[in-house]
Design a protein around this ligand. Structure first.
Ligand SMILES: NC(=O)C1=CN([C@@H]2O[C@H](COP(=O)(O)OP(=O)(O)OC[C@H]3O[C@@H](n4cnc5c(N)ncnc54)[C@H](O)[C@@H]3O)[C@@H](O)[C@H]2O)C=CC1
Ligand SMILES: C[N+](C)(C)CC(=O)CC(=O)[O-]
Length: 490
């Protein structure tokens, strides 16, 4: 059954992250959290997520779901297709609330628990329908990180795990099935080992919180993000691989390199960790740090997407699904009859040392506008595989004005001519606040057949749509600069 409406019980860091991921993927959510500030906090997190998605999936007008704040947990789950519980990590509280919502939900509705390490067998103990309870353990920020660990308890049904996995996949996640029910599941066992060692290093005065973070982020943290531990250590064994790695570094496993038992959280240790963490943040607020974290994650995910590898492969698949399900931004026809299929807000990292949008981003915006046009005329995944695609063979860009950070832009597109193989376009990037054309691009595209990789006629339906738009554009004035070459003074 397609999940269209979800109940979220507990809307803190993780519950709000779930709400944001679901809403941006078109799911209506009903949230219960007794925090009087819940509406403001949800708005803030969803705004963060919207900003990150705008960067990760530019040019898509995502159909967002709605957010309803419910007065009780029972009201939050009324009429929903799925429930995600994100209550504080206290077994007694989770058990009590899970039993209460279980009592009012129809038996087919699956409940996912965000618990970081409590056992599902314990969480389902007081439920009349324990078979529907599955752990769906996400990672912060939930709206960007694809991993979700799925773990069932002794009474969890296979169908509940399948439903949860299908739902999480549909909202762009990577479900990892934890086959044995263990404390901390897989990821938190690993994270916890590092965390305990890090606390010891502070406790023993070996390093500050900042030095420990540097030890991760300048080194191993970078390579973990795409290959994890085992593949990376395989490479550290040279051409002989893992066997040589184990032979060479095996003896170190017997050395007293790690402690693993956590240090006692004494007042002195708490003060040291919290104080050093404050110093490390240098007065930058939590929300500002979250935005920085999100920007960095978007850069990493976008990079991995272009490699189609690891988490990037999940993002690429989801991007394709979103493109297939989402029409390009469409004001359809601008007042002057042009097509407007692409809009963007200029992000901070598009600004160069001159304080304005750097030149190659103009080509990106024109390219994204061309992609939007191609989707508009029917170039979907099926067409690309069976028939072919358009390749750009020439672009002439003219810069006419500046664009600053945060400005809204839209692209107005005119089709100048079309025949079986060629498509001749003229795009204008328009600054939305004053309708000023800051740049234009004339482009020639050639249709290339999937089978032969050579230029060939476009499919009849695609040609039909292009010809119709082109006919409507024939009455428009020829854009200034069409056919222009670079003007060099003699
Ligand atoms: N923070 C993290 O990094 C991660 C946390 N988790 C798990 O997610 C769950 C939630 O953790 P956080 O969001 O970090 O905690 P949090 O403290 O940020 O949020 C918990 C929320 O639950 C609300 N709450 C308290 N009693 C409630 C009740 N009776 N009904 C509904 N809401 C109630 C609180 O007002 C608060 O907003 C925990 O099980 C935790 O282990 C999972 C992955 C990562
Ligand atoms: C600290 N934590 C155990 C709650 C962390 C997690 O469960 C996952 C994460 O996002 O790091």
């Amino acid at each position: 059954m397609a999940i269209k409406r979800a109940g979220i019980v507990g809307g803190g860091v993780i519950g709000a992250g779930w709400a944001a991921r679901m809403v941006l993927n078109g799911i209506d959510v009903q949230v219960f959290d007794p925090d009087p500030e819940i509406a403001r906090k949800l708005d803030t997190v969803i705004a963060h997520a919207r900003r990150a998605y705008g960067k990760l999936f530019p040019g898509l007008a995502l159909r967002e779901g709605t957010v309803t704040i419910a007065a009780t947990a029972e009201a939050a789950v009324a009429g929903v297709d799925f429930v995600q519980e994100s209550l504080p990590e206290r077994e007694d509280l989770k058990r009590r609330v899970l039993a209460a919502i279980d009592a009012v939900l129809p038996p087919h509705v699956v409940i996912g628990s965000s618990t970081s390490g409590l056992l599902p067998t314990s969480l389902q103990a007081d439920m009349a329908h324990p078979e529907r309870l599955v752990v769906g353990h996400p990672f912060n920020p939930v709206y960007l990180l694809p991993l979700v660990e799925i773990c069932g308890g002794e009474k969890t049904g296979a169908a509940a795990k399948e439903t949860a996995a299908a739902f999480y996949s549909a909202i762009g996640m990577h479900p990892l099935h934890v086959r044995k029910e263990i404390d901390g599941f897989i990821a938190d066992r690993l994270l916890e080992a590092l965390w305990r060692e890090a606390l010891w290093l502070v406790n023993d005065g070996v390093a500050t919180t900042e030095e420990i973070d540097d030890a991760v982020r300048y080194g191993a943290g970078l390579r973990w993000s795409f290959m994890g531990t085992f593949l990376i250590y395989r490479l550290a064994g040279g051409e002989a691989g893992m066997r040589h790695f184990l032979a060479q570094f095996g003896p170190a496993l017997k050395l007293p390199w790690t402690k693993l038992e956590a240090p006692e959280l004494t007042d002195a240790l708490v003060d040291a960790v919290a104080g050093q963490s404050d110093d490390q943040a240098k007065g930058v607020s939590i929300r500002e740090l979250e935005a920085l974290r999100d920007d960095c994650l978007v850069s990493v995910l976008a990079g991995l997407r272009s490699e189609d590898y690891g988490a990037g492969a999940v993002v690429k698949r989801h991007h394709q699904a979103l493109m297939a399900a989402t029409a390009p931004v469409s004001k359809a026809q601008a007042a002057d009859g042009l097509l407007v299929l692409h809009e963007v807000t200029v992000p901070a990292d598009w600004i160069d040392y001159n304080g304005h949008m750097t030149e190659y981003r103009y080509l990106q915006v024109f390219g994204d506008a061309t992609d939007a046009l191609l989707r508009h005329i029917g170039l979907d995944q099926a067409y690309l595989a069976a028939k072919g695609s358009y390749y750009t063979v020439e672009t002439h860009i003219m810069h006419r004005g500046e664009t600053k950070m945060g400005e809204g832009l839209h692209v107005a597109t005119q089709i100048l001519s079309v025949d079986a193989k060629r498509l001749h376009l003229f795009h204008r990037i328009v600054r939305s606040r004053d309708d000023f054309c800051v740049a234009s691009a004339e482009q020639m595209l050639l249709h290339v057949e999937a089978a032969s990789g050579r230029a060939g006629a476009a499919g009849a339906q695609v040609l039909d749509r292009l010809t119709t738009i082109c006919a409507a554009h024939q009455g428009l004035p020829k854009p200034a600069g069409t056919g222009r070459a670079v003007g060099a003074p003699r």
